[in-house]
Design a protein. Structure first.
Length: 208
């Protein structure tokens, strides 16, 4: 069985290749690979935090988790020790409280974005050109554009596909990361201007 650390290194290498091909705007992204937590689908977040290479990011979602504060504290500690950037989804106050590096805005926050401390990186979830523009206006440092490919997270969602993903990223003004069914194999089809890497959930599973 492939180890989780080997799996993370493989994904990180693929993400760096996208970033390198993305040009100067892509190079401004705070990271090229991110793991987004998903209690239902993903591997254990603490295990991934210990496996990610330095410079990658871990984004805590699990918005309804009653133990979210404790999870944030534990994950922030692991990430800090490993040089991994820790982001909290939708809650900049929690990100600051646990010493995180950034906050990840949901798409439904983009029209009236919350105030965010200057010291935090900001990423945003986007699904179309309008949301990419809103993310830029909100001061995001990078955007996740999804779903690039079919994904178990949203099995009935219309996917962008490689060509539309690249078109939207090229027209946008933000470093853009792919999300949704992306892995080290299909990520190469997404290479293009402004594309800074990708985020993943299921791709981190060592049994696929």
């Amino acid at each position: 069985m492939e180890s989780l650390r080997t799996r993370a290194a493989t994904l990180a290498a693929a993400a760096r290749r996208l970033n390198s091909a993305g040009g100067p705007l892509a190079a401004r992204a705070p990271f090229s690979l991110a793991f987004l937590t998903d209690a239902k689908r993903g591997p254990d977040a603490a295990l991934v935090a210990r496996a990610l290479p330095a410079g990658a990011a871990l984004i805590l979602r699990d918005y309804g988790d009653p133990r979210r504060l404790a999870s944030a504290r534990a994950l922030a500690s692991i990430c800090a020790a490993r040089g991994v950037l820790f982001f909290v989804g939708a809650d900049s106050a929690l990100a600051i409280e646990v010493g995180g590096a950034g906050v990840h805005l949901r798409s439904d926050q983009l029209r009236t974005p919350p105030q965010t401390a200057r010291e935090l990186f900001v990423t945003a979830a986007c699904h179309d050109a309008d949301e990419l523009a809103l993310a830029g206006a909100a001061g995001a440092d990078a955007a996740f554009l999804s779903p690039a490919f079919p994904t178990a997270s949203h099995p009935n969602a219309n996917t962008l596909g490689a060509d539309e993903f690249k078109r939207l990223a090229r027209l946008g003004a933000l470093p853009t990361l792919a999300l949704g069914g992306v892995n080290e194999i299909n990520s190469s089809s997404l290479a293009g201007p402004n594309i800074a890497g990708f985020g993943a959930i299921g791709a981190f599973n060592t049994r696929r």
